[in-house]
Design a protein around this ligand. Structure first.
Ligand SMILES: Nc1ncnc2c1ncn2[C@@H]1O[C@H](COP(=O)(O)OS(=O)(=O)O)[C@@H](OP(=O)(O)O)[C@H]1O
Ligand SMILES: [Mg+2]
Length: 476
């Protein structure tokens, strides 16, 4: 077993630790009754130990709490017994805990990075923004320093904390633009943004890189997020800045990270840095919220705008944390509260949300559906996966998206949001009522017409029936 940042140590462990990357070779003895829960993370590259073979001291840490524990020597014939203990049924509950913990910290850091970049973007003039900070992709959608920088830091944190040999990531950005000869200014800005963010890592309980990352390392950590997904194995899915249009306009956007195993989403983490303190403000452009926040500054005790939502498959629970305040230390679970979907099932009282851009979803088709099922309120048009967050938090009841024919939905635009809604008690399917299929590579292949997410099955069934009834006469 070789140790690195993020190595998991069973509470009961017998064996030798190969620390060949360091000066010493440590003999590692059983860690008996030392940790609750039964696993911990090594947060120091160096594992100090005494020369005394009977009483070793391991410095272990579950991110924030660095402690030292006496380690007792064990007899070799107890090995099997210890192994059985390690595989007890409680282990199930621990499944993906380490991944979730790391993913939430990564998304918290990403949100902090994005807030900084968005503040700079909207305070700069339109001219300088166009020239330096916002770029167009081949499909004319915008991409910013924040997209590449978030991809870099998430890639770095997952690899450092979970072991790079196990990390496979599907993510939205590639390094083509950054690698072009005329992109040196942009690349420099990305490297600076990445290092500025990672310098803050200890506040989030993550070790920072020493020395800071160089240009080629930053390019490499972005580039290696080039997995293509598929039906088997484990891979992460990242949308570094979902709703980039909302982001550059100073409005809503999200950071979305999910873990997929054998084609199923098993973890979802969704950062919504501009989620307002009051749900009614979702329907206003974010600049109103900025003005209001300035008039009534939040105290450290109140829930500021912005949150991170997360859920583990099969837990039946979804959670929400506030973003970490400046100068505060992240201590798990960082004031997390459970969230559940709304109990409203009367369409007349329900709120439905949809994409802001009518190019992304037919507003006229959803208006017809809304009318036929009796949804009476104005649609809530919000950029990005913040719509999924609104359903999971109980702030809206329905989300519908009907893209133009031929558009293929990407897995990173939905994975994190889908599992969070499902674990919060809601339902998400395609317009034929079938689950979204994350096992077919980068796209939601086979998606039937559109996506319908609801707080409950009553509303969901009504909408699915209405789609069938009106599809033939639609122009989609
Ligand atoms: N033509 C078309 N049709 C459907 N969907 C599209 C289309 N073009 C882009 N996209 C994807 O939509 C993501 C933006 O989120 P939304 O779909 O919620 O739209 S909106 O931003 O609120 O208008 C957006 O995510 P980001 O690229 O991360 O911003 C895209 O992946
Ligand atoms: Mg997206």
């Amino acid at each position: 077993m070789s140790l690195s940042l993020g190595t998991i140590i069973p509470r009961i462990f017998l064996g030798h630790v190969n620390t060949s990357q360091y000066d010493d070779v440590a003999t590692f003895f059983t860690l008996t009754h030392v940790l609750q829960p039964r696993s911990c993370f090594i947060s120091h590259y160096k594992l100090p130990y005494t020369q005394n073979l009977k009483t070793h001291v391991a410095f272990v840490s579950k991110f924030d709490h660095t402690c030292s524990y006496p380690v007792m020597e064990e007899e070799a014939d107890t090995k099997q017994k210890k192994f059985d203990f390690f595989c007890d049924p409680d282990e199930k509950e621990e499944e993906y805990s380490k991944e979730l913990d790391v993913a939430v910290r990564a998304v918290q850091m990403a949100c902090s990075l994005c807030q900084r970049v968005q503040d700079t973007l909207i305070s700069n003039t339109t001219r300088s923004r166009t020239n330096h900070q916002v770029h167009s992709k081949d499909d004319n959608s915008p991409v910013t320093v924040a997209d590449w920088s978030v991809q870099a830091i998430v890639s770095w944190i997952l690899s450092e904390c979970l072991g790079s040999e196990n990390i496979s990531i599907v993510a939205e950005e590639d390094v083509q633009t950054l690698s072009e000869a005329n992109a040196s200014g942009l690349l420099e800005a990305v490297v600076e943004t990445v290092n500025q963010c990672l310098a803050e890592a200890p506040r989030f309980g993550v070790q920072k890189p020493i020395p800071a990352l160089g240009t080629s390392e930053v390019l490499e950590i972005i580039r290696r997020c080039n997995s293509i997904g598929g039906p088997t194995g484990r891979f992460w899915v990242l949308d570094p800045v979902d709703g980039t249009l909302g982001f550059v306009r100073g409005d809503q956007y999200a950071v979305a990270l999910a873990l997929i195993e054998d084609g199923e989403v098993v973890l979802g983490v969704l950062g919504c840095p501009n989620y307002p303190m009051r749900k009614e403000w979702l329907s206003y452009h974010h600049r109103y919220h900025r003005i209001i926040s300035k008039l009534t500054p939040p105290t450290s005790e109140t829930w500021n705008k912005g949150c991170v939502l997360y859920a583990k498959r099969g837990s039946g629970k979804a959670w929400m944390q506030p973003l970490l305040h400046a100068n505060k230390m992240f201590v798990w679970p960082n004031q997390a509260k459970q969230v559940t979907v709304s109990s409203i099932d009367n369409p007349a009282l329900a709120t439905f949300c949809e994409p802001v851009e009518k190019a992304n979803s037919s507003h006229s088709f959803t208006a017809g559906l809304a009318h036929s099922v009796g949804l009476r309120k104005q649609p809530l048009r919000v950029y990005s996966m913040v719509k999924y967050a609104a359903i999971a938090r109980g702030d809206a009841e329905v989300f519908m998206k009907f893209a133009r024919a031929g558009y293929k939905e990407k897995i990173w635009d939905h994975a994190a949001g889908v599992i969070i809604i499902q674990e919060a008690g809601g339902v998400v399917t395609d317009a034929g009522g079938r689950p979204l299929d994350f096992s077919k590579g980068l796209y939601l292949e086979g998606l039937d017409r559109g996506i319908v997410a609801c707080s409950g099955s009553t509303l969901h069934e009504k909408i699915i029936d209405a789609v069938d009834a009106s599809w033939g006469s639609s122009s989609l």
